[in-house]
Design a protein around this ligand. Structure first.
Ligand code: URA
Length: 283
C-alpha cells in the first residue's frame, strides 16, 4: 500500500460528505429520505472499515521492513500515526510481528497506567505471569515493585508501567513445565522500540525510571552501568528527569534475607528520589 493510497483511505474516512446530509425535515418518512439515510449508513460503515485498515497498516508495514532488513532507524512516525493514544497503540500492538518473539508468547503485554501519568517506569520484558495475564509487572517482580513504590511513597495507580520488549521470551525448563526467562537480544529490543517511543510520545512523562540494565542501556546507551550510575538523575532528551535503578527481579535472586533486605532498601532509596522530585515540582 502506497503513501498516496493510505492518504486517500484516511481522507475518505473523514470526508465531509460522510456527515449527515438530510436537512429538509419535510422529506422525513418519504422514499427519498429512507434512501438517503441508507446511503449515509453505508458510507459510515465503509469509513469504519477504512479506519480499521488504517490502524492495521503501520503494523503490517513495520513487520515487512523488519523481515526484509535490519533497520535500526524506525521512528514512531514510521510505525504509527502521530498522536496515537495509549488505547489505540495497545490495540495496534496486539498483532505486532516486528520480531519473532510473538510466536512463543501468549499475547503482547503493552504498558499499563494512565496516559496522564507524570512518572513512567520501564522494565525489560514481561515474565511468565505477565504473559498469561496480559499486564506488565503483575508477577513476583511486580509484587516486589509494588512494595518498593509504596515504601517510597509513590502510588502505583498514578504511574505508567511498561517494558522495552512487549513479548515474553522464554525457554522450556529441562524438567517440568516451567518457562525460563531469556534475555532479549538487541535486535528484539530494537524491533520493539517504536512501541516504547510511541508510549513516551503519548504519555510524555516528566520522570522516566529505568528498571535494570536492559531498560537503562536501551534508553541511555550501551555504556550505561546501573551498578555505578543508579539512583542519580542523568541528562537525557527522552524526558525532563531520567533515573535508573536495579530491576526488582534482581532482589528476588538475593542470596539471603539480609542481602535481600539491603537491596530492597537501596531500591526504595532510589525511588524516594523520584517521590521527592514529584512532591517538589508542581508537574
Ligand atoms: N520483569 C519485567 O521487566 N517486566 C515485567 O513486566 C515483569 C517482569
Amino acid at each position: 500500500m502506497s503513501e498516496a493510497s493510505l492518504h486517500s483511505i484516511v481522507s475518505s474516512a473523514f470526508a465531509p460528505h460522510v456527515k449527515f446530509q438530510i436537512h429538509d425535515s419535510s422529506l422525513r418518512g418519504t422514499e427519498a429520505f429512507r434512501w438517503e439515510r441508507g446511503n449515509i449508513k453505508a458510507r459510515l460503515n465503509k469509513a469504519r472499515l477504512n479506519l480499521a485498515w488504517f490502524n492495521l497498516f503501520p503494523v503490517m508495514r513495520s513487520s515487512v521492513r523488519h523481515s526484509t532488513s535490519d533497520r535500526t532507524d524506525l521512528t514512531v512516525e514510521d510505525v504509527l500515526p502521530p498522536h496515537a493514544g495509549i488505547a489505540q497503540l495497545r490495540d495496534a500492538a496486539k498483532d505486532c510481528r516486528a520480531c519473532d518473539l510473538w510466536k512463543n508468547a501468549t499475547q503482547t503485554v503493552f504498558g499499563d497506567g494512565a496516559s496522564t501519568a507524570r512518572v513512567m517506569l520501564v522494565g525489560e520484558q514481561p515474565g511468565d505471569q505477565e504473559d498469561r495475564k496480559g499486564h506488565p509487572f503483575v508477577g513476583p517482580a511486580g509484587k516486589l515493585l509494588d512494595q518498593a513504590l509504596e515504601k517510597a511513597g509513590i502510588d502505583r495507580s498514578r504511574v505508567y508501567v511498561t517494558n522495552v520488549v512487549k513479548h515474553f521470551k522464554w525457554s522450556a525448563a529441562e524438567r517440568g513445565k516451567r518457562r525460563i526467562h531469556k534475555k532479549p537480544r538487541d535486535s528484539e529490543i530494537r524491533a520493539c522500540r517504536p512501541w516504547l517511543d510511541a508510549e513516551l510520545a503519548a504519555v510524555k512523562p516528566d520522570v522516566l525510571v529505568c528498571l535494570g540494565a536492559s531498560a537503562a542501556q536501551a534508553l541511555l546507551g550501551k555504556d550505561f552501568r546501573v551498578t555505578r550510575q543508579r539512583g542519580k538523575f542523568v541528562p537525557s532528551s527522552i524526558a525532563p528527569h531520567v533515573i535508573a535503578t536495579v530491576h526488582p527481579s534482581s532482589i528476588l535472586r538475593a542470596q539471603d534475607a539480609d542481602s535481600r533486605h539491603r537491596q530492597m532498601e537501596a531500591l526504595v532509596d532510589d525511588l524516594r528520589q523520584v517521590a521527592r522530585l514529584i512532591k517538589r515540582s508542581a508537574f
